[in-house]
Design a protein around this ligand. Structure first.
Ligand code: FES
Length: 222
């Protein structure tokens, strides 16, 4: 039987595991569930070393788990520096460690879609501040677009299982991941558009119709 270090029962979180899939890690098949992050699937299968430190070449495991450090960077389908702790695993992915220095991908390995976004309000970052700004803009009838590089909305909220304190208006008594779901739903109800796994790379000024023009790149889903 394959090693499986997954937590079966969690006191707060309910795991909704997707279909069982297989991907390749350095030439070996690894079993995973759809919607798991690559790092979670690797760790569950016993992989502890994700990268090497730049200066001393020391082994590094994953650290923050929310895409904010560089401990989990790996080469995925030929693309270097992928934050494996936030990127969902997909069937037949090719994952490998990249050592101390990442190699540039070849042109044929880059799969992104270019999109021109014309909006009155563009918000970069879909954490609590971005979602809050988007809700306010939506209520004012400004039709905001939020761009975020991560697969799921909510920023750091999605990893927070504790209950918040403060006022009812600020979601006191709810857990972080519940707040992110509520804020995302509220934002969508205002008619806002949320582009995940997307990076804004250029601003091209105000157009005649009063909208701002941006260029964004979105990672292709397959
Ligand atoms: S563990 Fe920090 S970015 Fe992935």
């Amino acid at each position: 039987m394959n090693l499986d270090l997954r937590i079966e029962k969690h006191p707060i979180l309910e795991f909704k595991r997707g279909r069982k899939i297989t991907f390749q890690f350095e030439g070996k098949p690894v079993e995973a569930y759809e919607n798991e992050s690559i790092a979670a699937a690797l760790f569950a299968s016993g992989v502890k070393v994700f990268s090497r430190s730049k200066r001393f070449n020391n082994p590094e495991g994953w650290f923050c788990g929310i895409g904010k450090c560089s401990s989990c960077l790996m080469r995925v389908d030929g693309i270097p520096n992928v934050r494996t702790c936030v990127v969902p695993v997909r069937e037949a992915m090719l994952v490998e460690r990249q050592g101390q220095r990442a190699m540039l991908p070849s042109h044929s390995e880059i799969h992104v879609e270019r999109e021109e976004v014309n909006v009155q309000v563009l918000i970069i970052g879909g954490g609590p501040a971005g979602l809050g700004a988007g809700i306010t803009a939506g209520k004012l009838g400004l039709g905001a677009v939020i761009i975020d590089e991560n697969p799921n909305p909510g920023g750091q909220l999605i990893k927070q299982t504790h209950k918040f304190f403060g006022s009812q208006e600020e979601y006191a008594g709810l857990r972080g991941f519940e707040i992110s779901e509520i804020m995302y739903r509220e934002f969508k109800e205002t008619g806002g558009v949320y582009l995940n796994e997307t990076s804004a790379v250029g601003y091209y000024g105000l157009k005649a119709d009063g909208r701002h023009s941006f260029i964004a790149y979105r990672r292709k889903q397959d």
